[in-house]
Design a protein around this ligand. Structure first.
Ligand code: ZN
Ligand code: ZN
Length: 417
């Protein structure tokens, strides 16, 4: 069997353009993509033009060169980020351009790279691309992240079959998870978005004061700030276009109060941090900050992540994903946050999304901080969901309401997957 078919690739490309970014007539589009994905990117560009996009550009990345750069370039080169690149990206979003990112990295790309180099590069790009990233974190423009099988990634996910077979199996999984294998994927996504809308509207109405997480190795209390907003599924950009930042997505998420996190939490899946794996780790929080941590794998990488800036050891996101979600049911570990985060309830170290606070996108950094939102150059999801996770919500009046039992919703909206 030859997989994927042209028809499937076209359907997937169309999903990215119409549901992912929902490109508008005359709107510029930038596509960040691995060179290995050229064939698929051609379909995406074609669908973009068909939908009325203008000025479609592709920013290619080549992992072989990325790794070479980290191995060979001296630290001082990695400490700065090219100004022309900043200008190109910032100019694109300033003109209201949408962004599609095809995120399919080799999970082991940076194995053996000096963490100091990688941390320096991360810091440099984080600071240089602040405005560009901010345009996405505040939904100023439509943006969407999708994945396609790439050789080294597929090998990591399916280590026991040859690489062509691995890629084929991965395409099938991706088509299933993103509903491309359904008769009308676009209709399926409109329906799925509606289900997520019901969940977030319920939680927004409740305005819980805190959530208490309990699972083996986890006993964590997370306060939610006043006027927090739950998001999930589709969202609306400044130009009024409804779009899906992630394909797939199964989560509803909000921001924790950056100083209101106490207790211990244990990871349930490996975290792939820019090509370095961190696995089986535990974080202990006091008044919002990580005060102690352990990791069976990737201790040094975790340390760099926690020390990236002064608030990268505080939480910026909490997301609820039922253990019964299709990605979770695949029982695969993707070593890719786009997929793994949608298989599992998770938290993120680093920046909060301003959209997770009422009127947050129009607040300054200082105003956001004052109201409990974390501000940082990093945002890294890590998975804490399992079939053993229970979550209780505490109302402002102090009543306890179970919202998750055995990894799934314990709430009334039974239509939520
Ligand atoms: Zn998330
Ligand atoms: Zn996140």
């Amino acid at each position: 069997m030859v997989s994927p078919s042209q028809e499937q690739l076209k359907k997937y490309a169309s999903l990215a353009i119409r549901i992912g970014v929902n490109i508008q007539k005359g709107q510029p589009l930038l596509i960040n993509a691995p060179i290995e994905g050229a064939e698929f990117v051609h379909y995406v560009v074609e669908e973009a033009y068909n939908a009325g996009a203008e000025n479609v550009q592709v920013e290619w990345n080549d992992e072989v060169l990325t790794r070479m750069k980290f191995m060979k370039e001296p630290l001082h080169v990695l400490e700065s980020f090219p100004e022309w690149k900043v200008q190109r990206l910032t100019e694109h979003v300033n003109k209201g351009g949408a962004v599609i990112t095809i995120y399919s990295p080799n999970p082991e790309l940076l194995q053996g790279v000096d963490p100091a180099k990688f941390s320096a590069a991360n810091k440099a790009s984080g600071e240089a691309l602040k405005d560009y990233r901010n345009a996405m974190m505040t939904d100023t423009v439509q943006w969407s992240i999708i994945g396609i099988p790439t050789t080294n990634w597929a090998k990591k996910v399916y280590p026991n079959v040859d690489v062509e077979e691995a890629k084929q199996q991965m395409w099938e999984q991706i088509f299933h998870i993103t509903r491309v294998d359904q008769e009308d994927p676009i209709q399926a996504w409109l329906q799925h978005n509606d289900t997520l809308r019901q969940a977030r509207e319920y939680l927004n109405e409740k305005q819980y004061a805190k959530l208490i997480y309990k699972a083996p190795g986890t006993d964590l209390t997370v306060e939610l700030p006043e006027n927090h907003r739950w998001a999930g599924g589709s969202t609306v950009a400044k130009n009024g276009a409804t779009f899906n930042p992630n394909l797939p997505t199964e989560e509803v998420f909000t921001m924790p109060h950056k100083d209101g996190v106490n207790g211990t939490v244990k990871s349930t899946k490996p975290l792939n941090f820019n090509g370095n794996l961190i696995d089986n780790f535990t974080l202990t929080f006091k008044d919002g900050k990580v005060v102690d941590f352990e990791a069976e794998t990737g201790y040094e990488t975790l340390k760099y992540l926690l020390e990236a800036d002064e608030s990268s050891n505080q939480l910026g996101e909490l997301a609820l994903v039922p253990h019964s979600s299709p990605i979770s049911q695949s029982n695969l570990i993707f070593y890719n946050t786009l997929y793994d985060e949608n298989a599992s309830s998770h938290l993120a170290l680093g920046a909060a999304y301003p959209i997770n606070m009422k009127d947050g996108s129009s607040l300054t950094e200082d105003e956001l901080k004052e109201r409990g939102a974390n501000v940082s150059i990093t945002h890294e999801d890590f998975m804490i969901g399992s079939a053993e996770l229970d979550i209780d919500a505490v109302t402002k009046e102090g009543n306890i309401e179970p919202i998750f039992r055995n990894g799934n919703w314990a709430l009334d909206f039974s239509s939520v997957e």
